[in-house]
Design a protein around this ligand. Structure first.
Ligand code: ADP
Length: 726
């Protein structure tokens, strides 16, 4: 079998395989009669005899130790070639003869390679002799035997390696097992230590628990349900006035101390706990102490252990004396009952007082209403008579006296009307009508009532109505007119320069509403004043009363009226820059064909509005500062939007001609000034205006009354002059 010698790999051959050759070498030397038998193996630095036998073995190994060139020795040469080497007589061989001089005197040899199962030659077994072999045949036989022996070595090596592998595996298993055992051991030790610590902790906590149970202010009980045994801590006994252990450890002993009246309830609660009807036991009941006195206790417990079938086995609970708390609660309950009784009595008193006050108020309002009515009748006579007197021939002094008397009477009538309205509202007797009416007539009426006053003050009065506002409506024209006249009258009254605009818009819905506003460029109202002015009999401040007079009732009445009409009245203002009062109303158009303001040809408009100017462009520019500031005021959204769109810029407040510039779809009507009225055939208008003014001048005629309305329908020219003419 060809083998290849691989250097430096024989180290992998374990020594114990080499050592087994020693005995074989000795046998080989003896059997063959060879001078030396040697096993030579390769080393990094050459080769070496690792086992030897025979009389010349020492000599041979010494030579080998100093043999630098392996090929110069039989053993080395055989090792290098990896083949069997037989030299019968080296002296006859030219190569070997050359090497004999430095040799160890051996001149015959038989070298057999020792081959590892992976075909690596790891050494040679050499029989060396220093003379010619006597019996060469015998030696050959021995060599053959050794060959077999060497081949047998393969099997042995295989076997040993298998055993080694097996042993290796076993060793691995043993090692793994040993590791496992070591780890398990460690774990056990750790668990043991932990257990010891836990035990120590349990002992400590038990001790502590005992200490706590001894000193705790609550009595503790521990009930073994099946046996009926109940263990108690010392406090439990102390609470009932006993020494520790003085009562038997039984449930009966506890039950025997329950106040007789409470026993059934306590038993029922315990039963609820055991049968699962309640999750815990809680009871406040009385217990009888050793000295016979009764105390209130709070007793509570829970099931802490059950058997496999879920039946309660152990219940743990606590028990505390709550006598003081109970007495305090009883006292509190008594006090609460007393207080409640007082509250009920006081409520009755207050209700009775309220009824009395309401009755008094009602009586007052009725009285005021009746009185106002009674006074109005003669007052109307005074106004009528003075007015008639003014149309007679009077000298200037008489005219002056009667004019003053007439004006005062009208003012007084106006105050009476306000008081009458207010009283009616207070008494809940002010009714709102729902009748068809014409908006243009209403506007004309307003225009006639306040126009002359505006002209007298040199103010521009603008009626600004959007084209899509319907003219035929259903509602209460008298009350709506009253509100507008009041707001416009105020606007004129509190404005010295600039303009007053009365505007009406159709607000987008749903529901579709009318938005109305009266804007002026007057003195304005501060934030503080705004809080007062809607309250009855209150004015912005005292100086107003001195400068302008008035009762402070107009806005209170207007606000209530707007609310009764289904809207909300609001104001935005800045002192010095004018005010805008605005409100919204439900828009209920009359049935049938409804005309809008934009559809109305000037020819069919009421006469008082003839000659009004129309046209212009849409108002531009951002929101005035005053309005931005006032945006926080609560207004209905649509009203707010419409109001903000319609507010004049404060900077224009002083300009006499600075009315609104209007969109093409809107018509604007301005009070003709003195010259304008003349130009527009205004003498009649002026005359009519004065007639109305005479009737409605100043506050005395700001509120058209249902009764008055009959007399001053602005239906046709001359109507007012008739009135004026008496
Ligand atoms: P009166 O006009 O009789 O004083 P009102 O109730 O109509 O009573 O008005 C209350 C107050 O509100 C007025 O006294 C005035 O201070 C203030 N006020 C009303 N309208 C305006 C306005 N357009 N500009 C400035 N202040 C106003």
């Amino acid at each position: 079998m060809p083998v290849a010698l691989v250097r430096n790999t024989v180290h992998a051959v374990p020594d114990r395989y080499i050592a087994k050759w020693q005995e074989a070498l000795e046998l080989a030397a003896e059997l063959s009669g060879a001078a030396a038998a040697v096993v030579v193996v390769a080393r990094d630095d050459g080769f070496a005899a690792v086992a030897h036998a025979g009389r010349a073995a020492a000599r041979v190994t010494q030579t080998l130790a100093h043999c630098a060139d392996r090929t110069s020795h039989y053993c080395g040469a055989a090792l290098d070639s990896g083949k069997a080497l037989t030299v019968v007589d080296a002296r006859q061989d030219p190569f070997w003869r050359e090497h004999l001089a430095g040799n160890d005197g051996m001149f015959s040899c038989l070298c057999l390679p020792l081959v590892w199962p992976d075909r690596i030659v790891y050494g040679t077994l050499c029989l060396l002799d220093d003379h010619e072999p006597q019996d060469s045949a015998r030696r050959q036989r021995i060599a053959g035997l050794f060959k077999e022996l060497i081949e047998g070595d393969f099997r042995t090596i295989h076997l040993l390696r298998a055993i080694d592998r097996r042993a290796g595996l076993l060793e691995n298993v043993v090692q793994a097992r040993t590791e496992d055992l070591r780890a398990a051991n460690l774990r056990l030790e750790h668990e043991l230590a932990e257990r010891r610590r836990a035990e120590a902790r349990v002992v400590t906590s038990e001790q502590r628990l005992q200490d706590v149970l001894t000193v705790i202010c609550e009595g503790i009980w521990d009930w073994q349900v099946p046996s009926g045994r109940v263990d108690h801590n010392p406090q439990w006994y102390r609470t009932l006035g006993y020494e520790t252990g003085e009562l038997p450890d039984t449930l009966e002993a506890f039950a025997g101390r329950i106040f007789p009246d409470d026993a059934d309830a306590v038993r029922a609660r315990i039963n609820d706990l055991l049968t699962g009807r309640s999750r815990s036991y809680y009871s406040e009941h009385r217990m009888v102490r050793k000295d016979g006195t009764a105390i209130w206790v709070q007793d509570r417990g829970r099931i802490v252990e059950r058997d496999a079938a879920g039946v309660p086995v152990r219940v743990l609970g606590s028990f505390v004396d709550i006598t003081e708390r109970h007495l305090a609660q009883q006292e509190l309950a008594c006090q609460r009952d007393r207080l409640e009784a007082q509250v009920v009595a006081r409520t009755w008193e207050l209700a009775a007082a309220k009824e009395v006050a309401e009755a008094a108020n009602h009586a007052k309002s009725s009285f005021l209403a009746n009185m106002s009515h009674e006074i109005r009748t003669p007052m109307n006579a005074v106004i009528g008579m003075t007015q008639l007197a003014l149309h007679t021939n009077l000298d200037s002094r008489q005219r002056n006296y009667i004019e003053k008397a007439h004006r005062s009477a009208e003012r007084l009538l106006n105050i009476l009307n306000d008081i009458l309205d207010f009283s009616k509202m207070e008494a809940g007797r002010l009714d709102i009508e729902r009748i068809p009416f014409r908006l243009d007539e209403l506007v004309d009426d307003l225009y006639n009532v306040v126009g002359l006053r505006a002209r007298e003050k040199g103010l521009e009065l603008v009626v600004d109505i959007a084209a899509d506002v319907p003219l035929d409506l259903i509602g209460d024209p008298t009350r709506l007119s009253q509100v507008l006249v009041n707001l416009a009258g105020n606007a004129i009254k509190f404005t010295e320069r600039g303009s007053v605009v009365v505007g009406i818009r159709r607000l987008a819905g749903p529901p579709v509403r009318l938005g109305l506003f009266v804007r002026d460029t007057g003195i304005g109202i501060s934030d503080e004043q705004r809080k007062l002015i809607f309250q009855p009999f209150l004015q912005a401040d005292n100086s107003i009363t001195r400068r302008f007079g008035g009762t402070g009732l107009g806005l209170a009445i207007s606000k209530r009226l707007v609310e009764l009409l289904g809207g909300q009245l609001a104001v935005l203002s800045q002192p010095g820059f004018g005010s805008t009062f605005s409100f919204d109303l439900p828009l209920v158009a009359a049935e049938g064909q409804v005309r809008c303001w934009g559809d109305t040809a000037p020819a069919v408009l009421p006469a008082a509005l003839h000659g009004a100017r129309a046209g212009g462009r849409r108002q531009r520019g951002g929101l005035p500062r005053a309005c931005r500031r006032a945006r926080g005021t609560r207004l209905p959204r649509a009203v707010g939007q419409f109001f903000r769109r319609g507010l004049a810029h404060p900077r224009r407040a002083g300009h006499r001609s600075a009315g609104l510039r209007l969109g093409a779809g809107r018509r604007e009507r301005r009070a003709p000034d003195a010259a304008g009225s003349a130009e527009n055939g205004g003498s009649e208008a002026a005359h009519r205006g004065r007639g109305r003014y005479l009737r409605h001048r100043d506050r005395a005629s700001r509120h058209p009354r249902p009764a008055d309305r009959r007399d001053r329908r602005p239906a046709g020219p001359g109507r007012c002059t008739v009135q004026g003419a008496g």
